[in-house]
Design a protein around this ligand. Structure first.
Ligand code: ADP
Length: 718
């Protein structure tokens, strides 16, 4: 009797055994349906035991038509589970997200003209037959011909139309890599050649594509993909992007280059599109896939190349549910797939740089912008020396530069990574700060919607007229600026300028983002005021001045990557200026002009900053020179969370090269009523920190009402 172990997409410690009924033959990776308790569940065959005693086991119910999971995908799932200290079923759940894509799938009924002409051919009938020369859904046919559906039915009966069934999920167009490409610069061509050579040879080969903003990394990607498609005609390519708002521009460039739209995978495509993408990816027919981080978990039949654009970007880290870093997991997946992987950035992460320095990744350099464009000139505005006027946020130096730019009929971008009007509202009588009721965070004032909003949980309330603490009327004041407040100040100073805010509040979906970007590109906006959403990827040829309102925002807090992140963010923002033939400049307002990250931006000396940052981190063994993990304990009451944290603490055991701090309340000590305690764990590189965490976690139990979550390589320290 054959027995199979089936992994289920549930947080269970291991796969369950089932007996294979005589009518089924099952192999590794097959997607099957099995009984679990009262229900049927979808799972994947993880092991096959040919001659076993299955007499006590329940039988597998059925096998899906979907192709089996590849060996590489199964290995990747096991690896990710072990690395992230999570049950493998939880990683599998990331892959099995479209159960509807497993079966033969929905079909639609279409009508098509048979060529038979009925005797009575009036005008309406003729129109219908003309519209049905190619198969068309019945409802759409009546509509297209502008007639009632009764006439369609009549023509079907007469045999002038026939009905056919077609799967709803059509294959994606086949990309044609031989279409003419733009001529590449020598540097671009060299980089593309190296990647293409590796892709043709096959095997795991990781690259860092280190190219300044505007150097044309996308052109390199396009050429590398073209070569990979030619060299490996049955294999697939995945492009991972940090922001779905950026996908449309890239999708359009791929479509232009290859004459067919690539498959997409991100939260903004509907369920039907996801089903189609999943099915076509699993079948190996979708050859180019562009997606956000979770596209990494698609069931590629054979993946030959992964491109991770803006690899340094923090949004590749997922911080709820399965906590993973899509860049790091992409490298792991490429290893199992024996694929080429390219990590592209103008400001590579320290992790990736270290790998390139050590020779683990091959480094490809694009040190200058494409064409005549030059990198912008960056200077600092010391806010102590030229402070803004009272209750204003733009220093006279920046205002002057804005006036000059507008006079030249060029565009200005003001950057402030803070949504809303003011980050804090407090009572000037009693000092009370407006706080979310169940979360340890200040409420942000939004003037346009006239609400106080918690950006963490989405809680919002009308701004009260009186202080809820002391009752003082008109006591509440807005402290500090958000983009709305900067827009108000800018409007006052430049009443004739066309001013827009670009944040997730004003551009809440990709369509709105596209529209705003298009208006900026067309020159319909003079001053754009934006949060980090403006920093990435966009090309505004007439933008020549970037003003950073507060460079100091990201420098505070206990995050070991604060300096690096500030540097990356600001050089991305500054990189929006002067991308075409007009030179650009960036003015950065700060109270700390001596800060190393800011000095490096001014000097254009990225490597000096990285050098200093490396020394600092290496000295304390911080990532990437050491490993880090976090363990969060969460419960609904202080007593419960403290008791569980104590249990975790008691289960700790000494291990060489591992240091543990905590438990302590993190800055966000409560979210949605969940009290939080945190351990931070740091180890040397040689330690298998995942194994340590797994051993520790298995050494204590907590009540069902307590949550314990482990975050390997944490990026958030809130
Ligand atoms: P990056 O992603 O490195 O910031 P992009 O790929 O967006 O840069 O390219 C910057 C600009 O230069 C774009 O407008 C792009 O169309 C243009 N460009 C880059 N390479 C070429 C090329 N080989 N031929 C024509 N235009 C190019």
């Amino acid at each position: 009797m054959a027995v199979v172990s089936v992994l289920l997409p549930l947080p269970l410690p291991e796969a369950f055994d089932y007996v294979v009924p005589p009518e089924l033959t099952l192999g590794l990776g097959d997607v099957v349906e099995v009984p679990l308790g009262q229900n049927l569940r979808i799972g994947v065959v993880w092991a096959v035991k040919p001659d076993s005693d299955g007499s006590n086991l329940k039988p597998v119910k059925s096998r899906f038509a979907s192709p089996p999971f590849s060996h590489a995908l199964r290995q990747f799932i096991d690896f990710a589970a072990r690395y992230l200290v999570t049950p493998p079923g939880q990683v599998l759940a990331m892959v099995l997200r479209q159960p509807e894509a497993l079966g033969p799938g929905p079909f639609e009924r279409l009508a098509v003209a048979t060529g038979l002409r009925p005797d009575k051919l009036n005008e309406a009938r003729t129109r219908i037959l003309e519209c049905a020369l190619k198969p068309i859904p019945r409802a759409a046919l009546a509509k297209a011909a502008g007639v009632g559906s009764g006439i369609v039915t009549a023509l079907l009966k007469l045999g002038a139309l026939e009905e056919i069934e077609r799967p709803v999920d059509l294959p994606f167009g086949t990309p044609d890599p031989t279409l003419p490409a733009r001529p590449l610069s020598e540097m671009q061509a060299d980089a593309a050649y190296m990647i293409a050579k590796a892709a043709s040879a096959g095997g795991f080969s990781p690259f860092l594509l280190d190219g300044v903003t505007g150097s044309g990394k996308t052109e390199v990607y396009l050429e590398a993909v073209a070569q990979a498609l030619i060299a490996r005609p049955d294999e697939q390519v995945l492009i991972l992007l940090p922001e779905i708002a950026l996908t449309q521009a890239i999708v359009a460039r791929f479509e232009q280059r290859f004459g067919a739209a690539p498959a997409q995978w991100h939260s903004d495509i509907g369920a039907a599109q996801k089903r189609r993408t999943w099915r076509e990816v699993a079948a190996g027919r979708a050859r180019i896939v562009i997606g956000a981080r979770s596209a990494l978990f698609l069931p590629f039949a054979k993946l030959s190349m992964i491109l991770v654009d803006e690899e340094h970007d923090g949004s590749f880290k997922q911080d709820d549910g399965l906590r993973y870093h899509a860049r790091d997991m992409a490298v792991a997946r490429a290893k199992f797939e024996q694929a080429t992987i390219v990590l592209g950035s103008a400001t590579p992460s320290m992790e990736t740089r270290l790998n390139a320095d050590a020779g683990r990744y091959q480094r490809l350099l694009l040190p200058s912008r494409y064409g005549v464009a030059l990198l912008p000139d960056v200077s600092l505005i010391d806010l102590k020396e030229s402070p803004p006027e009272r209750d204003q946020w733009l220093s006279p130096v920046l205002v002057q530069a804005m006036a000059e730019t507008l006079e030249q009929r060029e565009q200005v971008l003001l950057f402030l990574n803070r949504r809303g009007y003011a980050p804090v509202v407090l009572c000037r009588k009693c000092g009370h700060r407006m706080k979310a009721p169940d979360t340890e965070s200040w409420l942000v004032e939004h003037k346009y919607s006239n609400r106080l909003v918690c950006h963490l949980t989405g809680f919002s309330m009308r701004k009260p007229d009186a202080c809820p603490n002391c009752g003082a009327e008109d006591g509440l004041v807005s402290v500090g600026p958000g983009v709305e407040r900067i827009a108000a100040e800018t409007t006052e100073r430049f009443p004739d300028a066309r001013i827009e805010i670009f944040s997730s509040d004003t551009a809440h979906n990709p369509q709105a983002v596209r529209e705003l970007v298009a208006r900026m590109e067309k020159g319909e906006i003079d001053i754009l005021i934006g949060t980090q959403i403006v920093a990435k990827g966009h090309n505004f040829p007439n933008l020549t001045l970037v003003g950073v309102v507060d460079a100091d925002l990201g420098l505070k807090g206990g995050d070991p990557r604060a300096g690096e992140r500030t540097y990356q963010m600001l050089s991305q923002v500054a990189g929006r200026a002067g991308r075409a033939d007009r030179p650009g400049r960036a003015l950065i307002q700060t109270h700390y002009p001596d800060n190393e990250a800011l000095q490096a931006l001014v000097m254009g000396d990225r490597d000096a900053f990285i050098e200093a940052e490396s020394l600092g981190r290496a000295a304390v063994g911080a990532p990437p020179f050491g490993r880090m993990a976090a363990m969060h304990i969460m419960a609904q009451t202080d007593e419960a969370v403290d008791a569980a944290a104590q249990a975790a603490s008691d289960a700790l055991f000494p291990a060489d090269g591992v240091e543990v701090w905590g438990p302590a309340p993190p800055p966000l000590a409560m979210i949605r009523g969940w009290r939080r305690r945190r351990f931070l764990i740091q180890s040397s590189k040689e330690v298998d920190l995942s194994a340590f965490m797994a051993a520790w976690r298995s050494g204590f139990r907590v009540p069902g009402s307590v949550r314990v979550s482990i975050d390997m390589d944490p990026y958030s320290f809130l």
